[in-house]
Design a protein around this ligand. Structure first.
Ligand SMILES: NC(=O)c1ccc[n+]([C@@H]2O[C@H](COP(=O)([O-])OP(=O)(O)OC[C@H]3O[C@@H](n4cnc5c(N)ncnc54)[C@H](O)[C@@H]3O)[C@@H](O)[C@H]2O)c1
Length: 340
């Protein structure tokens, strides 16, 4: 699937400047964009980023409580002409305190030519989809032929990471999953084992999972002080580690001694570092994820390299996916039109 770019199709369906399309979480989910399509849209957005064909200031945010953030994530992709912003929050204690998700938010899309708002949509689903898409696109590029994958955190992101890993890593045979909440790991296995053609095994401990999988990812919580759950001594030559929870889960020594520390966005990581998220300092960055996917920078250069690839999330991916969702919704008559 390529970016839908026909502005006239939008103008034919929406009274530009007089109304916008509102899409609820259910509307977005029911549109049926496939994971294959989402992988391709995300890949294209990363390639645009890798070629520096974007405008995307690092996330600005507000922080009402410690370890809580709201981020404003605007972006513009001049190639396909997509502009918009995600407004997202992360409350790590929400599941325990309120039975609500950690991550919720909204995406706004605008018409590049006139600037008028086109759509507002729930962004939980697209965040749950584009984040693992980035991880596994990078995993497939940085670690082709991997047969084992380890996932730390079995919540919204963990479940989708496993689904996407199976899709993008064709040689995969075994997936190891671990969660401090054992019920979450059990639920992931009960849900995904019947639908996926790989063995999904519950890891006994973070150490056992780290020592069993060539490629590892984590989606747990983002905290200023690293939890350093995975000790550096457990990480061995040739492994690829792809956190989407910044530096929280991993011993900071691993990122520092890795042969390559690759990030989705240097600016985003520098911003988090300036807010105290890397108490030991940001490791030296070898490349950006999009540059590797665009072939502008090398990925893995030998089988022994330890590679850490931190993807904290980029608005270019959100607006690319959101734009495709909006086009599909207009085609299918989904959502509610609201007056401006
Ligand atoms: N990089 C990105 O683009 C991006 C996007 C969305 C979410 N995230 C991050 O991903 C993380 C997970 O998000 P989610 O929506 O899946 O949350 P979630 O609450 O649905 O799942 C998190 C899971 O991690 C588990 N967990 C917590 N601490 C753990 C630990 N020390 N060891 C093992 N498991 C642990 C929890 O029990 C829970 O099952 C959050 O930190 C979130 O901020 C990143």
């Amino acid at each position: 699937m390529t970016f839908p770019t026909d502005r006239q199709r939008v103008a034919d369906q929406l009274k530009l400047g007089s109304e916008l399309l509102y899409l609820s979480r259910q509307d977005v989910e029911q549109l049926g964009l496939t994971r294959d399509a989402l992988l391709e849209l995300t890949r294209q957005a990363l390639v645009e980023h890798g070629h520096r064909r974007y405008e995307m200031p690092a996330k600005i945010g507000v922080h009402p409580y410690d370890n809580v953030f709201y981020h404003a994530m605007p972006a513009y992709l001049p190639g396909p002409g997509i502009v918009g912003a995600k407004w997202i929050e992360c409350y790590p204690d929400n599941p325990r305190t309120f039975g609500l998700p950690q991550t919720t938010g909204l995406l706004v899309l605008n018409d590049v030519e006139s600037g008028v708002p086109l759509a507002v949509m729930d962004s939980a689903w697209l965040t749950a989809m584009r984040t693992p898409a980035v991880t596994v696109l990078a995993a497939a590029a940085l670690h082709p032929g991997a047969t084992t994958f380890g996932m730390f955190g079995c919540g919204v992101q963990g479940i989708e990471h496993v689904r996407y890993a199976v899709l993008a890593m064709p040689e995969l045979e075994t997936v190891y999953v671990y969660d401090t909440n054992e019920a979450a790991a059990d639920a992931l296995i009960a849900k995904l084992q019947p639908e996926l053609g790989v063995r999904i095994a519950k890891g006994e401990s973070p150490e056992a999972v780290t020592k069993s999988a060539e490629v590892l990812s984590s989606a747990t919580v983002i905290l200023r002080e690293p939890l350093a759950v995975v000790k550096d001594e457990w990480v061995t030559a040739g492994q690829t580690i792809l956190p989407c929870d910044l530096n929280t889960f991993w011993d900071p020594r691993t990122s520092r001694r890795a042969d390559k520390y690759i990030v989705d966005s240097v600016e985003e990581h520098e911003l988090f570092a300036s807010m105290g998220y890397f108490p030991d300092g940001l490791p030296e960055v070898a490349a950006e994820t999009g540059e590797v996917l665009a072939g502008v920078q090398p990925g893995r250069e030998n089988a022994d390299e330890i590679i850490v690839n931190s993807n904290i999330g980029m608005a270019v991916c959100d607006i690319a996916v959101g734009h495709a969702i909006m086009h599909r919704a207009l085609e299918h008559g989904a959502g509610v039109r609201l007056p401006l």
